[in-house]
Write a protein that binds this ligand. Structure first.
Ligand SMILES: *Cc1c(COP(=O)(O)O)cnc(C)c1O
Length: 431
């Protein structure tokens, strides 16, 4: 058998010397490339692969993308979709993250060649955005901000909180369990639907670390209800920690029921905590605003080191603050007429391609546990529900939502430059 094709399987050293593989070698390292070559040779020996295809097969087996994360076009109409990574970063933030990926002066003063306060440029931007705060601090996320405050100000002491504000954030995480995990004790006051200033006043004493005011961001209690505002709570002789969650730094007219950091600080909150990747439209982060002394206490607490954010987060946060036109803001403010026009164009193109598509009113929502009950009026393209699955499996992956037995593509959170990519994805899914 002199013409046994297996004799033509190229040798490992010859394959590894091929320039196409040396390129791969630089990206994937020697081990992964050798393994891919060996696997391809093995398949050729087993007769499953033509010996001439060993090298292309080895190359194809190496991962094309550096991660297995898949880019998703969010056509759900949910602006802050927790399962899709909450706020998408702005172009400025992406640029800042890329720039910060190498060596940067994150904790270094280039003028003097000595150590400097970590993330000082991001912190300065955050202070400038909320002048009512004497100082600011940044940790890993909103939950970390609450844990840090509870540990630093109320360990082995009591946190006074209204029963109506004991929120479950999502994925089974509950604020009261988070708080007690720090060693603080909870002193719940009021009834489920109503709490009064005297409930707080009666509970406050020598054991009190602080009063916690939580914005019940992801639910609403309606009917016979009452809560106590920060202004009144601030009259009691203990600190008031206010968790706004949503990350609004200033009032947002579109969201009148969402509290903001500036207002609650002005009303007398000692510390305000918020998330970076909700309405602020930045990276995942926990933002802490307060007077200089209390922020210094938080910053100096040993736990602060365990909760600190990396340079990429600080870079993205700073860029988000300095150039606040974010995809989140654009999606939130997308006007109804514009959405109708884009949906109309998309539907018309699909119909021209022989696909059943109509335009239908579609309410977007803020999501991410913010502004429950608020509808953002808009329009969507209505398609056959059978398209949901192939669109999820496509590249790019397009996620819409099922409503009334139809599959809706809501363009609110789709940047207009991607409308074409959505149309192509639907056409591919139908072909
Ligand atoms: C979202 C939220 C949190 C948790 O913030 P993360 O950044 O998700 O950790 C805490 N409290 C409130 C009121 C929230 O809305």
């Amino acid at each position: 058998m002199t013409d046994d094709p297996r004799r033509r399987i190229p040798r490992t050293d010859i394959l590894l010397a091929d320039p196409r593989l040396s390129e791969a070698h630089r990206m994937f390292g020697a081990d992964a490339v050798k393994q891919a070559v060996r696997d391809a040779q093995q398949r050729a020996r087993a007769g499953q692969l033509n010996p001439d295809d060993v090298l292309p097969a080895a190359l194809a087996a190496l991962p094309a993308a550096p991660t297995l994360l898949r880019r998703v076009i969010n056509a759900t109409g949910v602006v802050l979709h927790t399962n899709l990574g909450r706020a998408p970063l702005s172009a400025a933030a992406v640029e800042a993250v890329t720039a910060a990926a190498g060596y940067v002066d994150i904790e270094y003063d280039v003028a003097t060649g000595t150590r400097a306060r970590r993330g000082r440029t991001a912190l300065a931007a955050l202070r400038a955005a909320v002048p009512d705060a004497g100082d600011v601090h940044v940790v890993n996320n909103g939950a970390a901000a609450i844990v840090l405050v509870a540990t630093a100000l109320a360990a082995r002491r009591e946190i006074v909180v209204a029963r109506s504000e004991m929120v479950e954030i999502g994925d089974g995480f509950r604020l009261h369990e988070l708080l007690t995990s720090t060693g603080a004790r909870l002193r719940e006051v009021g009834a489920t639907n109503r709490v009064h200033l005297r409930d707080y006043a009666d509970a406050v004493g020598a054991q009190t670390g602080f009063i916690l005011k939580v914005h019940p961001s992801n639910f609403r209690i309606e009917g016979f209800t009452s809560t106590v505002g920060v202004t009144e709570l601030a009259g009691l002789p203990v600190p008031v920690v206010a968790d706004i969650g949503s990350g609004l730094l200033r009032p947002e007219p579109l969201l009148p029921d969402e509290p903001d950091a500036a207002t609650w600080l002005r009303e007398g909150a000692t510390v305000v905590t918020a998330s970076g990747d909700k309405l602020l439209g930045g990276p995942q982060a926990g933002l802490l605003f307060g007077g200089r002394t209390v922020i210094e206490t938080l910053r100096r607490h040993p736990l602060a080191r365990a909760l600190r954010v990396d340079k990429l987060t600080l870079a993205a946060l700073e860029a988000t603050l300095r150039r606040p036109v974010t995809p989140t803001a654009s999606a939130l403010h997308a006007d109804e007429r514009g959405l109708r026009e884009r949906a109309g164009k998309l539907a018309a193109r699909l119909v021209a391609s022989g696909i059943m598509a109509t335009v239908t009113p579609s309410d977007g929502v803020v999501g991410g546990g913010s502004a429950p009950g608020l509808r953002l009026p808009g329009w969507a393209v209505r398609l056959s529900p059978g398209l949901a699955e192939p669109l999820r499996h496509g590249v790019p992956c397009v996620v819409g939502r099922i409503h009334d037995g139809y599959f809706l593509l809501d363009l609110r959170c789709v940047p207009p430059v991607e409308d074409n990519a959505v149309a192509e994805a639907v056409e591919r899914a139908c072909s």
